[in-house]
Design a protein around this ligand. Sequence first.
Ligand code: GTQ
Length: 347
Amino acid sequence: MSVSPTPDVQAKRESFYRALEPHSMAALWTRLRTLIPSEPTPVGVAHRWSYELARPHLLESAELISAAEAERRVLLLENPGLPGTSRITNTIYAGLQLIMPGEVAPAHRHTQSALRFIIEGSAAFTAVDGEKTYMEPGDFVITPAWTWHHHGHDGNAPMVWLDGLDIPIVAFFNSVFREEHEVDEAPITRPAGDALARYGTGLMPVGYRSSTLNSPVFNYPYARTREALYALSRAGAPDPHAGHLMRYTNPVDGGWAMPTLATMIRMLPAGFFTSPYRSTDSAVFVCVEGAGHAVVEGQQFDFAPHDVVVIPGWMKYTLHASKDTVLFSYSDRVAQEKLGLFHEQRF
Ligand code: GTQ
């Protein structure tokens, strides 16, 4: 029960609050409802980036700066509701990275984890911790925290991928470290495909003990993923809230592939629409193939291949597919699950 104070009491309280300020103290009861609201208030807004619109800007950037000079030639996707923050959501970063034939984005390492989701082109590679992997559209590639990595391009057309990083999460904990390698291209110590052969075929070297929180597989090729999704879609009905939804796993323990970012991919059959759903994780979606739209809190966002849609946590949404559609997504769900904070609601 709340009773309103008399003007006299209120004036005394106000002067009490002011007297606390110089001592770096404050009365909790003036802030309690803001500090501990009854449910999450979505941070930032839902938004769609059209690849058709972004692409010319990305290509123009190559006329202005090399990958070497930029270190990473990336147009970051910033949530329109969070201007100046370099964030696509409160907790995650996204950017479109371009590498041109013959270029090298020099080797560095940092405590942020990165994922790449390949948008267009072929014959570019990323080298992670001594192993190169050549990337194809739809591939999901991991750069674990603190591993040396550089990118290169042996082909003859622009190559673009979406970068997803846990930059705001690592910044929140103020645990950022970065280092440049002494050479642009860090030494290659294993043949391309080594990790996939050792850990990515349902087999595992006997006696293997993982020393990291990341999956030892660092390229999940789309050819395999797509085959699995379509086989799944032929075998049974889609989940009403998610479609045919799969998550990328770490083969060592069956957990998520990365320690902070949850990565998933789903197939939505032509004509399918999901029932309303919301969850506390904030997610970034990439349309891989097909077409459709998301309706987020009543607002519609159309998507075509390569478009990116962001849905902040706790916004209610549905997904509609006008053709057979594949959507990749990543979110802060892993971090939330580890802290016991992940919550979802199906309508
Ligand atoms: O490719 O290493 O979009 O370090 C942002 C920071 C990409 C990368 C980004 C990075 C990278």
